[in-house]
Design a protein around this ligand. Sequence first.
Ligand code: GLC
Length: 510
Amino acid sequence: MTGPWWREAVTYEIYLRSYVDGTGDGLGDLPGVRSRLDHPRGLGVDAVWLTPFYPSPDHDCGYDVLDHRAVDARFGTLVDVDGLIVEAHAVGLRVVVDLVLNHVSAGHPWFRAARAAGPGSAERLRFHVRSGRGPAGERPPTNWPSIFGGPAWSPFGDGEWYLHLFDAQQPDLRHDHPEVAADAEATLRFWLDRGVGGVRFDAAGSLVKEDGYPDLPDGWRPGEAAPYSDRDGVHAIYRRWARVLAEYPGDRLGVAETWGGPEVIAPYLRPDELGQAFAMDPLFWPLEAATWRAGVDALLAATLRHGRLPTWVHGSHDVRRAATRWGADGSRAVLLLMLALPGSVYLYAGDELGLPEVDLPDDAIRDPVFRRSGGVDRGRDGARVPVPWTDGSPPHGFAAPGVAPWLPQPTGWGGYAVDRQAVDPTSTLALTRAALRLRTGRWRGRPAQLCWLDGPDEVLAFQRGSDGPVCLANLGDAPVDWRRYGERVLLASVSLADGWLPPCATAWLC
Ligand code: GLC
């Protein structure tokens, strides 16, 4: 293998509060992760990404941070983080932490001071603060929407408004304020000093807002360019942080939580910026060969321009469960496809079990998106229901018997349990383990150039370079004769009874 460890790494996203409850309060925590490191190790991933464990009033499940260099007692202690890093290293896993530097909690001392100090005060300069429109400043300064619904500005009640691209409890920071910049760097160094293998930069594209705060044009739609997303100025920040990462030994990873297309994410991957930037578009691609072929080509071309590879995201805590988005078979087919492509891959805990999206009752939903959208958008909690480790009854090994998980597990959840799937060679867990094992020898480190093989329109078939294994995905309606592409099946996302690969399935051949 050439290059840094992360170039073609597979990272397992542990949504901390839903992984394992080690302390009996119904919330997953660091002791829980420590007790179940055998799972990612057994899967064969290279790293685990832990979602935030910092003190937080939890208005956005921990993405509203009070103190970025401390651990919330509900999740454990700094000693747990240190222990986890050591134990992970001992089994060949790196730990990636989640840095939420775009905003703080409204309960953070800086924001409380800003609120108290009043209009025009120096305390407000750490935040994006403007006077309201209208004679008494009674209307928001711009027409920007919050990503969670409703306006992106909330009033202080004294004529000035503050910007929050997410919830009103998450005021955005000004990274051009020297104290904000210094504090962010101190946070970065704090976790690097403790030995983390990498950091995920949350809301990576949002750190810089366009001067003058221009309104969005009429007819603007989410996903289109905006004065608060992926501005040129943001790259100076990543260049600075990349220099900090580079001061540490061991190829520390910086991964940007980006949401744009190939041309938007590629600049984050310039040689003096970050190693990975999420490609989120594929999460929403329909299972159509033409879409995937063109999309993969565009992402590869854009990233290779900077000598980097794409970062494929199979699922996350922010989108619907893969098995619901693409269907159970589709999720398995995409898994084999992504693991064969050049680049790194992010797998979301629970997707290796094929967990479906859960339709939660209104009163169980915690995601601020539900409230801010007036209940129109049910939010992301359906993808965050605690993992079932054992069959039997709730909480299915997630917590001690009798403890209620923070989100209720639905009937039948035990059917997906790790202990059940571990003994079933046809399970999604068995497939994921086999795929990760095979990927290391067969795909990892092969040339980044894709060589598409001829075939029916609805089939994706490629090799990397002009030899090596073939990845064959059948996204059409009719079975495909796989013997056209290889002599032997290394692995398939469904059981193959004969020479035919059924629709909505992927096979690796040699
Ligand atoms: C990122 C996180 C998401 C969070 C948001 C605000 O998108 O992944 O869960 O709500 O940032 O911090």
